[in-house]
Design a protein around this ligand. Sequence first.
Ligand code: SF4
Length: 95
Amino acid sequence: MAELRRLPPLREGDWEWQMRAKCRGTDTATFYHPENERGPSRVRRELQAKAVCAGCPVVEPCLRWALAAREPYGVWGGTSPEERDELLRAGRRTA
Ligand code: SF4
């Protein structure tokens, strides 16, 4: 998982990275959980999404965006919503 303090700041209007996203054109159902998804199904789907992120050339700006936007849903930058919450909490603790 990325270390929050080492990520460069998000620049306003910086969307160019999305054009190079590996998930571009893929099924969004891999990245966002359907209603009532629980347990092993959710773990499997998130692992599939994270596998896409692992080979993505824009994983850092994607994660930066998700953290800055406090994105509450989906896998972004190789992280689940719970992992992003933890990164934000850790960032607040060290600030
Ligand atoms: S890091 Fe993952 S969610 Fe973000 S653009 Fe790349 S593939 Fe998509």
